[in-house]
Every structure is written in structure tokens, then in C-alpha cells.
Design a binder for this molecule. Structure first.
Ligand code: NAP
Ligand code: GLV
Length: 306
């Protein structure tokens, strides 16, 4: 079996070595233009030339959860695209989002500022039920995040494309459920895939439907957010602030308005990193399952875009 590795911005050395160790009978190499047809590919932001030259793959493994970058290319017909499902990302996402929600709810930024100027002051405790959290996207990551937030006793609402049930979470679905979901939420967490339907979904209209004093956490993709709309809503006082991990342009330009905004906290697309060993184990496990003729989970449906 031939496995090819075509990942921009990922050092191939450790992956090649560990793929060879996990699948000793496989021939594993870094893709070069003109290479012969492989059976399986590990890809992240590959060039179109790779797709054009590898039409006969048995499966292509995307090295992340989101496949929006890959689906921009013209993919070989009939080749299943398999995305990463959790592989250690869900717990990281839960940590990150809970941290952001709790930091805002408990006013930890304000305490930090107070301490920095030598003060010793107390805030009136906020009421948890005044901070209902809405999670957009109840997939692998969204479900874990919703569960973790519910554990901290925040009222949690979740929105998905198809109807979902989750204990401790009030659920809504489809375009018809969006307004009610937003109206029930004060803190909004975005964990949607980027598709034609979800691009620009964090916009002035969406924000205006959230409860007053809203807070926005975007951990999915930068193109979900209309950036100027967020800035305007913060200026207008309807949105209290935001924690953002993803941006329309990454790296975020040094002169971007978000960089110096006192109400916006930033991280460099680091909320849930791809973990080498977990990811490798998932992919090699799935290759072995395919070789045994078994069906896989995590296969992307091209028509719906995730
Ligand atoms: P997933 O399992 O595919 O879940 C996607 C969820 O979004 C599902 O609940 C789906 O609804 C819902 N959804 C899709 N389109 C929708 C629409 N038009 N309206 C309402 N709901 C819709 O994906 P995941 O593994 O949780 O990952 C989610 C996203 O997180 C990825 O696509 C990626 O962009 C992002 N991500 C970011 C980082 C980071 O470091 N910042 C890391 C990993 C992933 P159904 O349940 O009905 O299918
Ligand atoms: C990271 O953003 C991913 O999609 O895995």
C-alpha cells in the first residue's frame, strides 16, 4: 500500500517516521509532483496539482476537523474525504470556551485591571442564569463544549442543521430555529463548519437578536464573522466584547483593529490544536478499517460542505 503526505505548514519528518512505524507494510513518502498514484493521502492545504495527479486514491485524510480549505479545490471524483473527528481537539475546545465564558462572567479581566492599579475591590456576584450560552454547531466539538458549559451550570442552548437532543442543553435546529436560539442566548459560541450557508453568519442581524450585553466567542472560522459588524455592535454597547481565535486573514495583520481593541481577546488559531499522536492513531486506524472493508465515520458530504 502506498501512502503519500501532502501537507502545507506541517513538518513531514515525524509523520513519515510514525506512519512507517504504525503501518510497517506501507510505502510512505512526501508527495512530489509527478509521483505515481498512491492509495491513501494525508493532506492539509494541498495544491490543486496534487488533486489533478492523484485521481485514484482510496481515501484522502484531511489533517484537521474543518474541510473548507480542501473543498475550495476541484477534488477527484469519487475519492472519499475523511476529516479528523475529535482526536484530542474536543477537550481543548471545551477548555478554551469555558475559560473564555468564565473569564467574562466572573469579570476576571476587570479584577486583573484593578490589581494592576493597586486596588482591592469586589464586584457584585453576577447571576449565572443571566448568562445563557448559545453554541452554534452541535457536532463533535460543539457537543463537548455544550456539555462542559452545562457542567458549570450555565443555561446552555445549542443550534444545529438537523434536530439533535442533548441532556442539559435546549436545542434548536435549521433556519427556522435560529431566531429563537439567538434570543435565548447572551454568550454566543461559534462551532459551525464554514459552508455556503454559514459564511458571514456572525453579522449585525445575528448580534442584534442576542440578549443585551452579549458576548461573542468565535472558534470556528474567520469567514463566519463580519468583522466590522462586531466592532460596530461593541461600539453601540449591545455586544460587551469578544474572544476570537480565527480570522478572515491569518496571521491577523499587525494593524488590524482587533489587535488593539480593549474588549477583544485574541489567540492565533490555537483553541484546539491537531495533536500528532491522537491524529496519527485515528488516521492509521481508519486506513486499517478501510483495508478490512469497513465503513468509516467522519466522511465529508461534499453537497452539504462538511
Ligand atoms: P461537525 O462534527 O461536522 O459539526 C458541525 C455542526 O454544525 C453540526 O452540528 C451541524 O449540524 C452544524 N451545522 C452545519 N451547518 C449548519 C447550518 N447551516 N445550520 C446549523 N447548523 C449547522 O464539526 P466539528 O468537528 O464539531 O468542527 C466544527 C468546526 O470547528 C470545524 O468545521 C472547524 O471549522 C472548526 N475548528 C476550529 C478549530 C480551531 O482551532 N479554531 C479546531 C478544530 C475545528 P448537524 O448536527 O445537523 O450535522
Ligand atoms: C482547525 O482549525 C481544524 O479545522 O482542525
Amino acid at each position: 500500500m502506498k501512502i503519500t503526505f501532502c501537507c502545507t505548514d506541517i513538518k513531514p519528518g515525524p509523520w513519515i517516521e510514525d506512519l512507517r512505524a504504525a503501518l510497517p507494510d506501507a510505502e510512505v513518502s512526501v508527495w512530489q509532483p509527478g509521483d505515481p498514484q498512491a492509495d491513501y493521502a494525508l493532506v492539509w492545504a494541498p495544491p490543486q496539482q496534487f488533486m489533478d495527479e492523484q485521481p485514484g486514491l482510496k481515501a484522502m485524510f484531511n489533517m484537521g476537523a474543518g474541510v473548507d480549505g480542501l473543498l475550495r479545490l476541484k477534488l477527484p471524483a469519487g475519492v472519499p474525504v475523511v476529516r479528523i473527528e475529535d482526536a484530542g481537539m474536543a477537550v481543548q475546545m471545551a477548555e478554551y470556551v469555558c475559560h473564555a465564558v468564565i473569564r467574562h462572567f466572573r469579570e476576571l479581566d476587570v479584577y486583573e485591571e484593578d490589581m494592576a492599579r493597586g486596588a482591592w475591590t469586589f464586584r457584585k456576584p453576577r447571576v449565572r442564569s443571566d448568562f445563557p450560552v448559545g453554541v452554534m454547531g452541535l457536532g463533535v466539538l460543539g457537543q463537548r463544549v455544550a456539555q462542559a458549559l452545562a457542567h458549570f451550570e450555565f443555561p446552555v442552548h445549542g443550534w444545529s442543521r438537523s434536530p439533535r437532543q442533548q441532556g442539559g442543553v435546549t436545542t434548536y435546529s435549521g433556519a427556522q430555529g435560529l431566531e429563537e436560539f439567538l434570543g435565548a442566548s447572551r454568550v454566543l459560541v461559534n462551532l459551525l463548519p464554514l459552508t455556503d450557508e454559514t459564511r458571514d453568519i456572525l453579522n449585525a442581524r445575528t448580534f442584534s437578536q442576542l440578549q443585551a450585553g452579549a458576548y461573542v466567542i468565535n472558534v470556528a472560522r474567520g469567514a463566519h464573522l463580519v468583522e466590522q459588524d462586531l466592532l460596530d455592535q461593541i461600539d453601540a454597547g449591545h455586544v460587551a466584547g469578544a474572544t476570537l481565535d480565527v480570522f478572515r486573514t491569518e496571521p491577523l495583520p499587525a494593524d488590524h483593529a482587533f489587535r488593539r481593541h480593549p474588549r477583544i481577546r485574541l489567540t492565533p488559531h490555537a483553541s484546539a490544536r491537531t495533536l500528532h499522536h491522537d491524529c496519527l492513531a485515528q488516521i492509521t486506524g481508519k486506513i486499517a478499517a478501510l483495508e478490512r472493508g469497513e465503513a468509516l465515520t467522519g466522511v465529508v458530504e461534499g453537497a452539504r460542505g462538511y
